[in-house]
Design a protein. Structure first.
Length: 387
């Protein structure tokens, strides 16, 4: 097993809450993590038809079969179980009794909050961080973009195109059909590809709808499904009520760059280097890595981007302890002074204190220009030093 950074926080939560929920994309490693950390607990997959039928028709009898708790995988398949789990944990008053996993986000969390408010610790497990990969892997960011972070690709050294093709089919046949009734999966797949082609750009529902041939309302509904199933992340714009010139539309990113590459038809690392979206995919790699840093520590990600209507922008803002960390993201390998221009001007745009400023780029050298650090992508964790 690839050791996961979130393991420490998972153990901590199991000692503080009667129920722990691990939410995340399908095949992100939730099952393997739970079975490794909680070896003594019985494991139950609620996608198995007979087990699911038993859990839904006789929830008390089902839970009685596991008097010392269990790992209940894909809990969104049997949401009614949650009320009965609440009853049990209130009587037992025991930490770490149940470990739940789910591959649906918003719908699942809504159900959990209603049934297990104050009784559940919630963690989000994304595909592998570059700091969970073998030594040396993070030196090749193009390979990281193309492969993505799904554990099976790395642990078994598999062809990412083959795995992500199968993943997409499973995602469409299981997760999507569980949430909404889509009669034409081909159209939905075209929508997925349309989102991938807009990686790192501001969300435009009308444009996607025009390309896909469905209404603005349908596109909005489908986008919410991508969020629920942990496929797409919408990076919010920076909020400042005093600045009316700010763009308010979020940017579209995929939680996994390998999936975005597959949907774009990028079939090799060599093709990636020549693709017109390479810069946006590099940007996506940075955003997803920052998300993993926070999620693996049980934290919400306090991140946004800054863009004014007249074009001035900062790619990434991280707000910690009421101070802003500014990050520009450049896929190029050769530093140019233009990269730091917006970072130097930002203090005129906000009253909030600005802390460290960085450029993350595709090269190999570390530079310091005045007080701005220019870092290779592999050194991304340096932006959190001193936080």
């Amino acid at each position: 097993m690839i050791k996961r950074e979130i393991e420490q926080k998972l153990r901590e939560y199991s000692s503080q809450f009667p129920v722990v929920l691990i939410n995340g994309p399908r095949q992100s490693g939730k099952t393997t993590l739970c079975q490794t950390v909680f070896k003594h607990k019985p494991y139950v997959l609620l996608e198995t038809p007979d087990i699911l039928a038993y859990a839904n028709t006789d929830p008390r009898g089902f839970l009685k079969d596991y008097p010392d708790g269990a790992i209940l995988d894909e809990i969104q398949k049997a949401p009614d179980l949650l009320s009965y789990i609440m009853e049990i944990v209130d009587k037992r008053k025991q930490h770490g009794l149940y470990v739940l996993t789910g591959s649906q986000n918003i719908l699942l969390l809504k159900t959990v909050k209603q049934s297990l408010a104050g009784r559940v610790g919630i963690l989000d497990l994304l595909p592998l961080s570059i700091y969970e990969l073998p030594d040396g892997s993070r030196n090749d960011h193009k390979n990281l973009i193309f492969n993505g972070g799904y554990p099976k690709i790395w642990s078994e050294n598999l062809n990412p195109t083959n795995i992500l093709r199968a993943y997409t089919r499973t995602y469409l046949d299981r997760d999507i059909k569980d949430i909404i009734d889509i009669r034409n999966l081909t159209t939905f797949q075209a929508f997925l590809k349309g989102c991938a082609s807009r990686t790192g750009t501001e969300l435009n529902l009308t444009s996607i709808g025009n390309d896909t041939g469905v209404s603005h309302t349908t596109i909005k509904e489908w986008l919410s499904v991508l969020q629920i199933t942990n496929a797409v992340y919408l990076l919010p714009s920076y909020r400042d009520n005093r600045n009316k010139a700010l763009i308010k539309t979020p940017k579209v990113y995929f939680y996994d760059t390998g999936l975005a590459c597959y949907l774009l038809g990028i079939l090799s690392k060599q093709v990636l280097s020549r693709d017109p979206l390479y810069g946006k995919l590099f940007e996506n790699l940075v955003i997803s890595e920052v998300l993993k840093y926070f999620y693996n520590r049980g934290l919400d990600a306090p991140i946004s981007f800054y863009r004014e209507k007249r074009g001035y922008e900062i790619d990434l803002i991280i707000e910690i302890n009421r101070e802003l960390i500014l990050v520009e993201i450049k896929s190029g390998m050769t530093f140019t002074p233009d990269w730091i221009k917006n970072l130097e001007m930002f203090h005129t745009r906000t009253r909030k204190p600005v802390g460290n400023r960085f450029v993350l780029y595709g090269g190999d050298e570390i530079h310091t220009i005045r007080d701005i650090k220019v870092l290779p992508f592999k050194e991304i964790r340096q932006i959190f030093k001193g936080v």
